[in-house]
Structure formats: structure tokens, C-alpha cells
Design a protein around this ligand. Structure first.
Ligand code: ATP
Ligand code: MG
Length: 663
């Protein structure tokens, strides 16, 4: 049993502990304990043996130690908390003599080490008094050692953590900067090998759908290029494949014992494979190998797993980027082929995209890269930029006809696109404009050439009638010819009118008083109305505002409507013409008490050449072009035309025309 320490020894112990208490660094503390103890005891050799729990030894240093489970009487005594004095002839590996004394150090009832004393020079035993002194200082030393040990462990784990953090910091930076897929592979493998001190390694991509594993990069193998090429083509088997299937990292301390091991180099002894996953799918496997047996640790797995998580994100990003680039290239190929000019500009008017057709339209050099430059700097067309600014100011879609620097006429569509800016599509309408001109020329020529022979025929008919006395039958024939010529002239006029309107009517806008227009119309149709004994009523408000329009064209509109009313109303019917003022327009109504139009026919009477086929209309002549012309003319005046009609109850056609603005 241990004797209770004397008071003097307790005081000495107290002083020693105070002196050493400030040392937190373990090696320094051990050195100081050794020095103090030697000073106090005059022993030649003092050592601190520490318990290494992980390895289960009591050691002087990491490499030299005695198993805690070995049957040494000294170790047994120490574990029980007893001071041990060696007996003569006893061998203990950590001692130099068989006259050593070992004082166990216990902290919180845990065996943490031994203070070993002996005199290898003089071979003198350690005096009993010294042993009593040692008993007094042992508890204090144990506390100091435990604290220093905890401190150094904390520092060590902090150091490891800091080291790891700084490495991952660097890895994160490098990986997130990389959008090049092969580079991501290279970097990942390189980091994994460096951290684990591996001799060789590979990274393979895994396709879960086809269960196919493909090498994409390998480092450190000494095989011939041919052999490597062959091995790279292997798409299944091996430890990596096993890991791809299980999605769990594996350590193989000795590859000779693993039936799945695929030999890439005969000097390899240990292997480690870690899966790279994205959204629960294995997308790649990192494999590293060493020429040493059992070279990899749990710590290595932890590191490579963290690395794999980052690599997964980087691989995804790089793939996405490659895909985006590919999509972009596809788009620009398509746009290059498109005949329309396309420009995309950001909200601050920088060019995001401009295609070949647009470059040609602005007569720009095809070489330079225009992306990122201001549109106003690139296109030297003040009008174009002005229009863009006007429309961007409105934040609305706009369609504008502009002549661009290449001399062609374009319909330019400016469309706002949220989060992008503006998409400008330019459609070259020069050919259309040329066709319009051709049409106009044709109309003018044909008009003249067709009407000419009709005038000649008319002239000769007059001559026949004047030069010869015709019998009743002859006069009948002549009347028929005259009427046919009249109809034909009417048809030609209508056709020409329509052609003109189709080619773009030029409306000569001016203020038109509706009242006098109606008077003119009724004067022109009076003969027709009188022939059928029609009642014609007019109801026009006296203070009617002027409408905006071309008086000749508007007269044509009302002539058509009134003559239809007369034509399609039986004799002695009523025609009522009225005009009223609306807010910004004037509405004119032409109402008759005629045959009326069925709903099906109402939908078609504005079509070219459409005529209603009914017995009561049979004898009425016409071409079916009148209402077509009326509708087009009204639209050209920015007006509207409509009707209300019931079979047998007459029809009402109404026309709404915009008021002249100066009213
Ligand atoms: P034209 O070209 O000589 O005017 P049209 O009078 O036959 O020939 P439209 O004026 O276009 O041709 O009229 C088309 C058809 O609509 C007519 O054939 C007629 O059947 C019907 N229609 C037009 N106005 C009336 C009306 N007021 N009452 C009844 N039917 C009408
Ligand atoms: Mg008509």
C-alpha cells in the first residue's frame, strides 16, 4: 500500500505543479517533468511513459512500446495504481536496469502513464524516500499530463480541420472556376491522389442506364499505351464497378485478396474507390491505388468523399455549360440560316446576338464579334436606333417599316422580352414592294387597253343607229349590245377598282361633309330610283361633323349601297338614308324595305363575286364585286361596315367613319 505523503513532500509537490502548470505543449511538459524530477530525486534517468490507447501500448515514443495487455508484473501493478519497484534480474524493455522504479499516473481513475526512474550509471536503487516524494507529486503530474495531452489533441484536430478547410477552399475555388469537363476530371483525380499519397489512380464515368463504367482519366500507371487503351475500353467489372453499383466507398487493404480486382499495374497492393453521386445516382467513381499494402485510411475515404461531392457539382456544372454552349451554337447556326435579320439587345442596348442577315442589312463587316457592344456604336443608322429608343420607352411591341443601309425596305418588329431586353426581327419586304409596283403598272395598262375597244364598239353602234333605219328587231339587238357593253364596262371598272384597292388604295384624306355627299349620291342614283317608283327618305342631322376621308371614294361607297338598296327592293318600296354623330365618328345608315338577306348569305355577301341566288334576284344584273369594294374602301378609311337584315323584311347597311380631327 502507498504510505500517506508527508507534509514537506506535499509542499514540494505543490511548488513543482505550480511551476509546470503553465506548460501546455506535451513534449515540452514531458521534458520539464523529466528535468524537475531529476533535480528533486537525483536519479540518473527519468522517463515519462505514456499510454497510447489507440494502439494499446505504454510507450516512450510512437514506435517503442509495451503492450498494455502483456503480462509484465510492472504493467499489472501500474494499471492497478501501484508504485512498482523492480526485482533483481527483472527485464523490462523500456528500462535500462533491473533496479527501476515506476510510478503510475492516474487521472480521473484512468491510467495515463508512468514516471520511470533508475540509475543506469551507478546501478543504485531508487531510495524509498524518493519513492514517497514521487507519490506526493504523482496526482498533480497526472493532471498536468492529461491537460497537455487534451490540449495537443485539440490543437492537432484543429490543425487537421484547418488544413482540410484550406484544401477544400482551394478545391472549391479551382473546381468552381472550371467549366471544362476534362479539366474537372484531371483536377479531382489529382487532388485525391495528392492527399492520399497514392501512386496511381483513375476516374471513370458511370452510366447507370447502361450499367457502363468508362475511364476518362488515369494517372501513374506504368503499362504501355496499348495496354492502357485496352483497359480503358473495359466497361464493367473491377472494384470501381462494384462501388458504382453499391454507391458505397470501399477500402481494399490488399488487392491480392479481392477477386474483383482488375490489375492495371502489377506493383499495386492497395486500392480505394469512392462513388461520385448526383441526386442519388452514381455518375462517376474515383479509384486510387498504392504500391504499399494497407496504404489508405478512413481519413482518406472521408477526404475523397468530400472531394467527390464537390466533383459531382462541378461535373454537373461543366456538363450544363457544355450543353448551353452547344445549344447556343445550334441557335446561332439556325439564326445564320434564317433569311430574316435578328438582333437581340439587352435593356441597356448592348448586343447579345446579331445574325448574318442583320449584319448584311446594316452593311457591317462580317468579321468582328459584335456581342457586348452598344447597338448605337455598331449600326450607323440613326433612324433605326431612334425607333428602338422610342419603342423601348413605350415598353410595347412595335412594327415599323424602315429602309436600312443596304437600300432594302424592312418590316422591323421590336418585341420586349422580360429579363432579356429586346428582340428585333427584320423582314425584308423589298420584293413585296416591287410586286405592288408591278400590280399598279398592270392595272393602269389593262385599264386603258380593255376599255379602248369598248369605246370603239359604242361609237360604231351609234353610227349604225344613225346611218340606218333599223326595224324593231334590229333596234332590240342594238339595245342588247349597248347593255352588254355597259355591263362589261361596269365589270372592268369594278375589277380595276379592286385591283387598285388590293395594291394599296391611296386615300386622299380630307374633311368631308356627309350631308352633301349623300345629296350627290342620291342625284346619281335618282334615275334608277325613279324608274322603280321608290320613296327615298333622308334624315341627316344638321350639325353633323365632317368625317375624314376621300370624297370620291366615299361617294363610291354610298353609290354602291344605295344602288343595291334600289336593286334589291321591289318597285314602290322605301329607302331611308340617315346619318348621326357618335363620340368620335359618324354613322350612316342605308335602309331598304327590300327582299332582305338570310343569315348564311350575310356572312358571304362581302366575298368577291358572291351573289345571292334566289328567284326574286334572278333578273337583277350584277357582278358581286360591289360590296367587296365597299368593304375594302371603308377599311381603308379606318371605318367599319355592318348590316342588319331579315329575309323579306328589308336590310340596313351601316357605315361608321372616323370624325375629322379639326372638328
Ligand atoms: P355589283 O358588283 O354590280 O354590285 P351585286 O350587287 O350583285 O353586283 P354586291 O353589291 O357585292 O354585288 O352584292 C352582293 C349580293 O348581296 C347581291 O348579289 C345581293 O344578292 C346581296 N345584296 C346586296 N345588297 C342587298 C340589299 N340591300 N338587299 C338584299 N340583298 C342585297
Ligand atoms: Mg351591288
Amino acid at each position: 500500500m502507498v504510505a500517506p505523503p508527508q507534509e514537506a513532500f506535499l509542499r514540494i509537490a505543490h511548488d513543482v505543479i505550480l511551476r509546470l502548470g503553465t506548460i501546455l505543449d506535451l513534449p515540452r511538459l514531458i521534458a520539464a517533468i523529466v528535468q524537475e524530477t531529476r533535480g528533486l530525486t537525483n536519479c540518473e534517468r527519468v522517463e515519462v511513459l505514456l499510454v497510447n490507447e489507440e494502439e494499446g501500448i505504454l510507450s516512450l515514443s510512437r514506435s517503442e512500446g509495451v503492450s498494455l495487455y502483456a503480462e509484465y508484473p510492472a504493467v499489472t501493478a501500474w494499471k492497478a495504481g501501484n508504485l512498482y519497484t523492480a526485482t533483481t534480474g527483472e527485464y523490462f524493455i523500456l528500462a535500462k536496469t533491473d533496479a527501476f522504479v515506476g510510478l503510475p499516473l492516474h487521472s480521473e481513475s484512468k491510467f495515463i502513464g508512468v514516471l520511470l526512474l533508475e540509475n543506469p550509471g551507478s546501478l543504485q536503487p531508487v531510495p524509498a524516500e524518493t519513492q514517497a516524494l514521487l507519490n506526493a507529486i504523482a496526482p498533480g503530474l497526472a493532471i498536468l499530463l492529461r491537460n497537455a495531452r487534451q490540449h495537443s489533441e485539440t490543437v492537432k484536430s484543429l490543425d487537421t480541420r484547418m488544413f482540410e478547410l484550406s484544401i477544400f477552399n482551394q478545391i472549391d475555388r479551382e473546381l468552381s472556376d472550371t467549366i471544362d469537363l476534362p479539366q474537372v476530371f484531371d483536377m479531382t483525380l489529382d487532388w485525391a491522389m495528392r492527399y492520399t499519397n497514392a501512386n496511381a489512380g483513375s476516374l471513370s464515368l458511370y452510366n447507370q442506364n447502361d450499367d457502363e463504367l468508362k475511364f476518362v482519366v488515369d494517372l501513374g500507371y506504368e503499362s504501355t499505351p496499348e495496354d492502357m487503351a485496352m483497359l480503358r475500353s473495359v466497361s464493367s467489372g473491377g472494384i470501381a464497378h462494384r462501388v458504382a453499383l453499391s454507391a458505397f466507398a470501399e477500402l481494399v487493404p490488399d488487392v491480392m485478396t479481392d477477386k474483383d480486382y482488375l490489375e492495371l499495374s502489377n506493383s499495386i497492393r492497395s486500392h480505394m474507390s469512392v462513388p461520385v453521386t448526383r441526386e442519388d445516382r452514381v455518375i462517376a467513381v474515383i479509384s486510387i491505388e498504392s504500391r504499399q499494402i494497407n496504404a489508405f485510411t478512413e481519413d482518406h475515404i472521408n477526404f475523397v468523399e468530400k472531394l467527390a461531392a464537390r466533383a459531382g457539382v462541378a461535373i454537373d456544372n461543366a456538363r450544363l455549360f457544355t450543353e448551353t454552349v452547344r445549344e447556343r451554337e445550334k441557335l446561332s447556326h439556325i439564326l445564320a440560316e434564317v433569311a430574316d435579320g435578328v438582333i437581340v439587345v439587352s435593356e441597356d442596348e448592348r448586343i447579345i446576338l446579331i445574325n448574318q442577315a442583320a449584319i448584311a442589312a446594316f452593311r457591317l463587316s462580317p468579321e468582328p464579334d459584335y456581342e457586348g457592344r452598344f447597338l448605337s456604336e455598331v449600326v450607323d443608322d440613326h433612324d433605326f436606333v431612334e425607333v428602338l429608343r422610342a419603342t423601348t420607352g413605350l415598353k410595347n411591341k412595335a412594327l415599323v417599316e424602315i429602309v436600312l443601309p443596304n437600300g432594302n425596305t424592312y418590316y422591323v418588329d421590336f418585341s420586349p422580352r422580360p429579363d432579356i431586353g429586346w428582340i428585333i426581327v427584320m423582314n425584308d419586304i423589298t420584293p413585296l414592294r416591287k410586286t405592288d409596283q408591278l400590280k399598279r403598272d398592270l392595272v393602269a395598262t389593262v385599264s386603258h387597253d380593255l376599255k379602248q375597244p369598248l369605246s370603239v364598239m359604242n361609237g360604231y353602234l351609234d353610227l349604225i343607229q344613225m346611218s340606218q333605219k333599223l326595224d324593231t328587231r334590229g333596234e332590240g339587238y342594238v339595245r342588247m349590245i349597248v347593255r352588254s357593253i355597259h355591263n362589261m364596262r361596269q365589270l372592268i371598272d369594278d375589277l380595276l377598282d379592286l385591283a387598285k384597292i388590293d395594291a394599296g388604295v391611296e386615300i386622299n384624306m380630307q374633311p368631308v361633309p356627309i350631308a352633301s355627299l349623300i345629296t350627290d349620291c342620291l342625284e346619281g342614283t335618282k334615275r334608277l330610283a325613279d324608274a322603280k317608283a321608290m320613296r327615298v327618305e333622308v334624315d341627316v342631322a344638321p350639325d353633323l361633323p365632317y368625317v375624314s376621308g376621300d370624297p370620291n371614294r366615299l361617294l363610291q361607297v354610298f353609290n354602291n349601297l344605295v344602288s343595291n338598296a334600289i336593286k334589291y327592293t321591289p318597285p314602290e318600296g322605301t329607302i331611308h338614308i340617315s346619318a348621326e354623330s357618335l363620340k368620335n365618328a359618324v354613322r350612316i345608315k342605308v335602309k331598304d324595305s327590300g327582299v332582305g338577306i338570310s343569315p348564311e348569305d350575310q356572312a358571304r355577301i362581302f366575298d368577291r363575286f358572291y351573289r345571292v341566288r334566289r328567284p326574286e334576284n334572278e333578273s337583277i344584273e350584277g357582278t358581286g364585286l360591289g360590296l367587296t369594294i365597299v368593304q375594302k374602301l371603308v377599311e381603308a378609311h379606318h371605318g367599319q361596315i355592318g348590316l342588319e337584315s331579315f329575309l323579306g323584311e328589308g336590310s340596313t347597311f351601316y357605315v361608321t367613319l372616323p370624325r375629322h380631327e379639326d372638328n
